[in-house]
Write a protein that binds this ligand. Structure first.
Ligand code: ADP
Length: 384
């Protein structure tokens, strides 16, 4: 197990693409850290720098408090599980799992043989490798598959073999780059649960990359949300969901995404309100200090915090655009003067609503988020 520290680490590719921009990130021993963000935000580059597969342009990368900027990949004691598993098609499952151990043995055995001409050491090592493969395959439920070749396995089984090969080496750190993206939806959920259990058992330091925010939320002890080469938030999944650091995180984390409405904030006759397209939404008084100077502002509200209400001064007139019934929940798209608002409700609370109906909707005031205007607008923290 190991600790990892990125200190102002940047990566600029030839041609000038700044893929990673001065990131600071500390990952503790035994932590399951997930890097998440849209395609092209720099996740894989960050992981590849950690693995030693990509040079660092600027900054310092430390493993166990030692700078590893110039340490080659093979000397970092890090195991990497890729999206395409990278299994050897001509080797059996057992041989694939043993591969990392065998290739290490080649170096060591050559040395032992040269020094001592001793074959007993080789036998002892073979037995140790066999025992290690048996233990790993048992842990991952691969016992019955040890003599099969990769083409005779399902996607999920191949993925487990790739994990097995990584575990067998007992590395300091595991890196996973979108390891579930080739699996179908059901298998992805199952394998996700297996990975969590495995982490609980091994207590290994894991750095895991995915573009899928739901996968990230379910796996991570800590979530690192990235956008355009920068870290937007580094916190627990619950913190990223409940208190997104900025508008980007607010719209990226959570399905369906948070409703985002641009407007202004003002206090009139003692009532602080968010105002957009002539519609006023009353805000709790703790937001009032932000209205002292007129300013553009963005309101965020999660779809499950919007509800149908009676016509009142605080309700937003809207038309029901579409209704999607998903069994245990119903998603309703509403069109109002401010734009489109998505509402997620329990089916029983929507029995009288039809597409095309004129309704009023309200936001749960305790769950309104406010951000500075602009795509990267920072979260505003109300005065307690
Ligand atoms: P992600 O894993 O989040 O999808 P990447 O780290 O792969 O993002 O890429 C970040 C940025 O760096 C993208 O703009 C991508 O096009 C660019 N990039 C990645 N690899 C290379 C490369 N070898 N040469 C030049 N640009 C690259």
């Amino acid at each position: 197990m190991a600790t990892i520290q990125f200190k102002q680490v940047s990566k600029v590719y030839e041609g000038g693409v700044r893929a990673v921009d001065a990131i600071d990130l500390s990952i503790g021993e035994g932590e399951f850290c997930v890097l998440v963000g849209p395609s092209g935000c720099g996740k894989s580059t960050t992981l590849r720098m950690l693995a030693g597969l990509e040079d660092i342009t600027d900054g310092t990368l430390e493993l166990d408090a030692q700078c590893v900027n110039d340490l080659s990949a093979k000397d970092r004691d890090i195991a990497f599980v890729f999206q395409n598993y990278a299994l050897y098609p001509h080797l059996t499952v057992a041989q694939n799992i043993a591969f990392g151990l065998e290739s290490r043995r080649t170096h060591r055995s050559a040395l032992v043989a040269a020094l001592r001409g001793n074959s007993a050491a080789r036998h002892a090592e073979s037995a140790a490798i066999e025992a290690r493969v048996a233990s790993v395959s048992h842990t991952l439920g691969l016992d019955a598959l040890l003599q099969r070749r990769p083409r005779e396995l399902s996607g999920g089984q191949r993925q487990r073999v790739a994990v097995g090969r990584a575990i067998a080496r007992d590395p300091k750190v595991f890196l996973f780059d979108e390891p579930l993206s080739n699996l179908d939806a059901r298998l992805r959920i199952e394998t996700r649960a297996e990975l969590r259990q495995l982490h609980r058992r091994l207590r290994a330091t894991i750095v895991y990359v995915t573009h899928d925010q739901e996968e990230a939320m379910t796996l991570a002890d800590r979530l690192v949300v990235m956008h355009e080469g920068r870290i937007q938030q580094n916190a627990t999944p619950a913190q990223c969901y409940d208190a997104p650091a900025n508008r980007f995180v607010a719209s990226f984390i959570g399905t369906p995404p948070m409703n985002i409405i641009d407007g202004t904030i003002e206090t009139r006759e003692g009532q602080c309100s968010f105002v957009a397209s002539g519609i006023r939404v009353a805000l709790p008084s703790r937001w009032a200090p932000f209205s002292n100077t007129p300013r553009a502002i963005t309101l965020g509200i999660r779809p499950d915090r919007v509800h149908i209400s009676n016509a009142s001064s605080n309700a937003i007139p809207a038309t029901v655009e579409s209704i999607e019934s998903l069994g245990d929940r119903t998603d309703v798209a509403l069109r109002c003067a401010m734009g489109r608002i998505l509402m997620r409700s329990l089916p029983e609370s929507l029995q009288n609503i039809r597409e095309g109906d004129a309704v009023h909707v309200a936001c749960d005031p305790a769950h309104i988020h406010l951000f500075d205007a602009g795509v990267a607008g920072a979260r505003l923290t109300p005065i307690a």
